[in-house]
Each structure stands twice: as structure tokens, then as C-alpha cells.
Design a protein. Sequence first.
Length: 364
Amino acid sequence: MTTYPYFRSLAAAKTLGIDYDIKNRYGTGDYLVYIAIHGGAMEPPTSQLAVYCAGGTGAYYSFEALSDLTAATLSLSATTFDEPFCQVNVGNSSRAVSFRGVEDQRESEEVAYISGLDDVLVALVSQELTVSGFIVDTPPLRFEGSDPQNIVNKTRLRAGVQVDLTRSLRKSFYADGDLSSASVSNPANRLPAFFSFADAIKRAAAQVPLTVAQQETPPVIQATGPVDTSVSLAMTTPFAIDHTGAVASTTDQREQLLDRVHALVGTQPGERVMRGTYGVATSAALFSVNADAAHAQLERAVIDAVGAFEPSAVVSAVTADVDDEAGSVRVNVQVSRSDVPNAELDTTRTVGVLVGGTVVAASG
């Protein structure tokens, strides 16, 4: 049952930490992420499968219903799932595996339906599960994971794997077939089938390469006429006109770096059509009831985004000020260059942005 078409409508009606929770850990470099978009009380134990497969350091994401009573109303469609942290995590990943629980006419059978646009990993997952003794099948059309708009297919390879598990299969993972929140949240209740299934997925994932083409670098606007080729001229951010009436620009590489970080933090993922993962999901903090958790999520998101798109920058501090009445988040980021000696001692600038990409005056 899908009550809300998009996350923004769900977040406006429900409360983070009371109705639902978001658990997220980004990967580094070229990585595979395990996701459960209908986790918690919605389709147990998809969250537990994602976390187990990710292990202690791997990437995972879980959107979890916290109440059995309202779980059904929090189920967003896989093709419209637009929660910001999930979009960024999957968008930065090389490959993704999505765990979902399904109800169908074969409910009495312990079946895993495997689909998705990542043909290589789909084949390997099917093979490893079959070898481990599980029944594997192609999904009914309504469970099909090969829609390009499915969140699992929005990786850097534009492909992923969706694993749909029938209720009978999921019940076989726990003592007495108990899929209640209390039972599933206790690792001691897991049966050997849980580990056999998850380990088969991990073996399949270990057999695929993760290296993909590098993201394109931000374009640099070059000056015309005779110039020093060792120095590039770049337009300042935010856009401005200088005193001569020309587009404001600078040759100061430190200022260019600060401008690029300014633009990065002031951009919501998805705003740049050709670079869908570029930006920081600052608006997610508006839906948090826990200021400490919101700050930690924003800090991690900023550090990861800067690391992915501006590796020459050192983030020394991240702070966030949430204005609930205005519906805005001001994110202050202190950065310096990593390609100069004693970068941590270099004069830093604090960059402030508002949700929606509105940038405010920088200081420093």
C-alpha cells in the first residue's frame, strides 16, 4: 500500500524518529551499496539483510517504519523513491542490491525473485542462491526491478539488482517464523537460512568489478588572448558582474576551490541534470526531530560530497543552523586546500547556503 507518492509528502505528514527512521552509511571509492527502502516494520527483515551484507564497513541504506500499525502507509514506490540520502548513496555507488519483501500467489513457497538492469550481478546472485538451495525465479511483472526509474538502477552504472523475497522465505529466516519487529531486531532469533541466503548474496557481489568511469570534472572557463597557461581563469561563485561589466572571475586557485565547494554545498542532488549525484542533501535536516542526528547526517554528507567532487579540499568544520519557521537550513563549511603545506593552518572561509540552492554571503 502506497499512501504518499514522494518522500517530501511523506516527510510533511510523518515525523522522523517517531514514525520512521533513516539509517545510512556511504561507501568510499567505487563501492556496492545494499539498500532496504521498505525496511523496519514494512517488509521485515530487509533492513537486517542490508546491514548484514554490508558488514562493518560497507555501504548500506535503510528506510524503516517504526510502528507495525502504520508501516503500510510509509511504503514509497521503488520508481519514485526520492529520499535524499538514498539518492546520494545509490547515485555515488558503482552497483546496488535492493532487498524487498513481497506478497504474491506463491506466498506459500519460499521463493526469491531476482531482477534488475545489472545483468552480470543478476546472473551471479541467481547462481549463488540456487547453489545454496534456494528457489530462484523471474518476478511477476509487478515486482519487476528492471525499470530504469527504480532507485536500485540509479547507480553510476545505471544498473542494479532487486531481490524480492516471499513472506514464506522470510519467515524461514527466524525462529517460529516470527517476523514481528521484536523478533527480527534480535540477532539471536536468526536461523541458518538467514545467513545462508545473505552469504550467497555477498559471494555474488564479491565476484563483480566495481571500477567505473570517473565523474567528469567541473568545467573551467578559460580566458581568451595571451595568458599564462599555468594559471586558469574561473568564473566566481555565486555568479556576479564585476565593476567593468564583465563576468566576475578569479585566477586565485584557493578562491576557485572555495567557490566550487560553495556551489557544491548549495546544490541539491538532482538539480544538475547531467550530474545527478552532484550536491548535498541539506533539505533532509528539515525533517529531523533530533538536532544532533541531523547535524551528524549533514556533516557526513558534506564530507562525502567534498571528498567525491573536490578531493583537493580539506574540510575542517561543518555546522548547521536549522530555521524551522523559515523552512531553511544554513550549512557552514570551513575548507582549505590539501595541495599546500600546512593546509590545516591555511586561512579558511565559512560558506553558508540555504535550502534550494540560495547562497548567502561567505566570510573569512
